[in-house]
Design a protein around this ligand. Structure first.
Ligand code: SF4
Length: 360
């Protein structure tokens, strides 16, 4: 059986025309049912002929990730533990924010891999190790689950506003499926997310970075977390195999649209990377790229090897950056009480980049 969620629109078109002998427009109708009307079986597709629905149900299915648990934080952050068709589990997180008119909007933090091979030392997902890449259907299935949970049925007026690839996994190490997911998100006949509403966060993978930039399909966030090569090698040993200065040179040449900037994520770890000398060095690095900085205050998980920074050090750190004209915003990780915050995603029942999901 083919899970239709794993096909891009052009793939669905050529399959329906070539294998099922249907006209091309039928694929568009099915696609709209899948992604806009969130149909979960073929019978719901009332503008599709009975014969076509029958044929589809014989050779294909529509498989959403199964919701195992939903946990809600005191701050409204909602974490879903999802089970994929082969029994593997991932987590996705919904983060609320208020728009200017007072309405509630949501940002979803998406996973792209089951586990992660990068082994960043502060990250629960990193400690899980790598299990496998997620498919396009599994990545976007998380969005369907979230929209269904939110009752977000009007594509013209979505309450799920932004998507950030900051959950479990390193998106650029699953580049093929992530790129297919980004292209599908961009379809105005499907989920219709403009690239301005999507951010892909990477710890810095040379090959994938270039391809993502050339596609223009999402904004870029880079997990920096250390201002020197030595410290980065300690905190993110695998990511640091691409030397910091080389990565920055690549980012200086990264294709950006007008007014687009690269977001640097910097997780403040108490007594490790939160000193004035780190802030000064960080200002030098960030100032060399068209970017902005998100400072994320670390939340120690149970048994974590690092401590939270003190408030004084966070403030002093921020001030050093501002004095050097670097845009830096301190973000509080949300969902701490349900382990949905930065570096806490790990898909263990009942509770995991592991998510630098401070609000986007
Ligand atoms: S921080 Fe991101 S890249 Fe690093 S181990 Fe965690 S999930 Fe992987």
């Amino acid at each position: 059986m083919i899970n239709l969620l794993d096909m891009t629109l052009p793939e669905l078109e050529s399959w329906m025309v070539g294998t099922l002998g249907e006209p091309g427009f039928r694929a568009v109708q099915v696609w709209q049912w899948l992604w806009q009307k969130m149909a979960r079986d073929f019978e719901a597709m009332t503008n599709v002929s009975r014969t076509c629905r029958q044929r589809l149900s014989e050779v294909a299915n529509i498989v959403w990730p199964e919701v195992v648990t939903v946990e809600q934080s005191r701050d409204g952050t909602t974490k879903f533990l999802l089970q994929l068709a082969d029994g593997k589990r991932v987590e996705t997180v919904l983060i609320p924010s208020e728009s200017r008119d007072g309405t509630r909007r949501w940002t979803q933090c998406l996973s792209s891999q089951v586990g992660c091979a990068m082994g960043c030392t502060f990250c629960s997902t990193g400690h899980m190790g790598f299990e496998r890449n997620m498919t396009m259907g599994e990545i976007l299935g998380q969005v369907l689950v979230a929209r269904a949970h939110l009752g977000d049925a009007r594509p013209d007026h979505p309450v799920l506003r932004n998507l950030v690839f900051m959950g479990m996994g390193e998106p650029l190490l699953n580049l093929r499926e992530v790129m297919r997911a980004l292209k599908s998100l961009n379809s105005d006949k499907g989920l219709n997310f403009s690239p301005r509403r999507i951010t892909v966060s990477t710890c810095g993978i040379e090959k994938g970075l270039r391809q993502l930039g050339e596609s223009g399909l999402a904004y870029l966030a880079v997990s920096l977390h250390a201002p020197t090569q030595g410290l980065r090698a300690r905190l993110m040993p695998k990511a640091a195999q691409w030397p910091l200065e080389e990565m920055l040179a690549a980012l200086q040449n990264y294709p950006l649209k007008t007014r687009e900037r690269i977001t640097f994520e910097y997780l403040l770890l108490g007594g490790v990377n939160d000193g004035p000398e780190h802030a000064r060095e960080l200002a030098r690095l960030a100032g060399s790229v068209k970017g902005k900085l998100n400072l994320i205050v670390y939340n120690p998980a149970d048994g974590a090897p690092y401590a939270a920074p003190t408030e004084e050090r966070v403030l002093a750190f921020e001030q050093i950056l501002w004095k050097r004209h670097i845009t830096a915003i301190v973000r509080k990780s949300k969902g701490q009480d349900i382990k949905a915050a930065c570096g806490q995603l790990k898909a263990a029942l009942p509770s995991s980049c592991g998510g630098q999901q401070a609000e986007a």
